[in-house]
Design a binder for this molecule. Structure first.
Ligand SMILES: NC(=O)c1ccc[n+]([C@@H]2O[C@H](COP(=O)([O-])OP(=O)(O)OC[C@H]3O[C@@H](n4cnc5c(N)ncnc54)[C@H](OP(=O)(O)O)[C@@H]3O)[C@@H](O)[C@H]2O)c1
Length: 274
């Protein structure tokens, strides 16, 4: 078996999304960002998760366009930032993102946070982009079930993805169950809890058994939970390491012992209080 993970998740509209992608939040050095994304694509990553607020859409586009990999084999996600939310301003923000990326379409476009009074209209604009075939799938981020329920009332097509903070310290069981019932795929952001989980003895112990690092064990836990996972790294060895997770499988006992690490503890902000 190849070590490199290449699986996909089928979204509600049949589009296949790579289950493992590269997150690019906090990649601020322009040259380093292009190098990291270029290296990731060379290594076999096919999905890149950026956002307008990360201020690296130009670099993402540059790496994608110069990768030599056909555009249709790559899956590019971006997100509309909070200050651009609302119907018309979302459409304008999308146009700007597309221009910065230098692409003709995006694979997935998300509402970054549920800005109150605005997130439903923001999603309606995302639906329009989908109708106009400027994006291949619709989605949201940081939406609790109560936000999604408000979106459902006005939506013609339910969001296909919800990208939320999720890792072994914040397992989000009830929101995952809600998304599953409603045909929404879940993407885990900060899947490594921004590095806070890497010294966890349970993960070290499981990793030793397979000759894998704690980061690889955590990524495998996300994948075996049918989650889409987008670890971020600018470090070539880590970018490679994070993708080499296809040659081992966690047992149900190991999955359960990782579930037990849950503390409902966030590394980032709660969407209800941000
Ligand atoms: N929708 C949202 O609101 C939202 C919020 C946050 C994040 N996100 C998305 O989710 C992605 C991932 O989340 P994140 O960047 O917050 O956190 P993360 O992926 O959990 O952790 C990234 C940190 O872990 C380090 N790291 C990565 N792989 C490692 C390895 N194998 N061994 C040791 N350290 C490792 C990285 O260091 P180096 O880079 O120095 O190697 C970086 O400091 C983001 O990049 C972004 O695309 C979305």
């Amino acid at each position: 078996m190849s070590k490199r993970f290449t699986g996909t998740i089928e979204l509600a509209n049949g589009v296949k999304m790579p289950q493992l992608g590269l997150g690019v939040y906090k990649m601020t050095d322009s040259g380093q960002t292009v190098e990291a994304i270029t290296y990731a694509i060379e290594t076999g990553y096919r999905a890149i998760d950026t956002a307008a607020i990360y201020e690296n859409e130009r670099e993402t586009g540059e790496a994608v366009r110069h990768s030599g990999v056909p555009r249709e084999e790559l899956f590019i996600t971006s997100k509309v930032w909070n200050t651009d939310q609302g119907y018309d301003s979302t459409l304008r923000a999308f146009e700007e993102s597309l221009e910065k990326l230098g692409l003709d379409y995006l694979d997935l476009y998300l509402t970054h946070w549920p800005v109150s009074e605005k997130y439903v209209e923001t999603y309606k604009a995302i639906e329009r982009l989908y109708d106009e075939k400027l994006i291949r799938a619709t989605g949201v981020s940081n939406h609790h079930a109560h936000h999604l329920e408000k979106v459902f009332v006005k939506a013609n097509v339910a969001p296909m993805v919800n990208q939320i903070e999720l890792h072994p310290h914040l397992t989000q069981e009830s929101l995952r169950a809600f998304c599953k019932e409603n045909g929404i795929a879940v993407t885990s952001w900060s899947p490594l809890a921004r590095g806070k989980l890497l010294a966890e003895p349970t993960l070290l112990h499981i990793g030793e058994h397979y000759g894998k690092t704690p980061a690889q064990v955590i990524i495998r836990w996300h994948l075996q939970n049918d989650l889409i996972v987008i670890p971020k790294s600018v470090t070539p060895e880590r970018i490679r390491e994070n993708s080499e997770v296809a040659d081992f499988e966690l047992s149900s006992e190991e999955m359960a012992s990782i579930n037990e690490l849950n503390r409902n503890e966030r590394a980032g902000t709660d969407p209800d209080t941000y």
